[in-house]
Design a protein around this ligand. Structure first.
Ligand SMILES: [Zn+2]
Length: 142
């Protein structure tokens, strides 16, 4: 199954491929200020794949905060947050914001509130390598 989504204005397109049904994928409600303010509900499947397609990477790069290693895919045009990406050991890993997927309503697991504030940098990267989906960014000029 491939779930398609993206931002509001169409600059960012995201696809999430997984063999799991939307109804069984975990939903995480991260309690950091960024995610709360976006109302983000993220998911991932370490056996799946996330692909972000954009015409160009935003000038100045993707939004970063915290330990500064993660690209938050926030559209520079319309402000929608579609997912987050990090490189661990040379491999891309990502989560998608299910709110930005066309099938958003099919993700019916009760969201779990997550608080990662006490993680070390190493712990954070290790968790993402284990749980986030393999991912890549496709830059496809229009
Ligand atoms: Zn947009």
């Amino acid at each position: 199954m491939t779930y398609q989504g993206g931002c509001h204005c169409g600059r960012l397109q995201v696809s999430f491929t997984t063999e799991k049904a939307a109804t069984e994928l975990p939903l995480r409600a991260c309690q950091c200020m960024f995610c709360r303010r976006h109302g983000a509900l993220t998911t991932s499947d370490p056996e799946g794949e996330v692909v972000l397609t954009v015409a160009e990477v935003p000038a100045g790069g993707w939004y970063r905060f915290g330990i500064g290693v993660t690209d938050f895919w926030v559209c520079p045009g319309c402000g929608v947050y579609v997912g987050a990406h990090v490189e661990v050991g040379g491999e891309g890993r990502a989560v998608v914001n299910t709110r930005a997927l066309e099938q958003a309503r099919e993700f019916t697991q009760g969201p779990t509130a997550m608080d990662y504030g006490d993680e070390t940098r190493e712990g954070r990267l290790a968790r993402r390598a284990r749980i986030w989906s393999p991912a890549r960014v496709r830059v496809q000029p229009r």
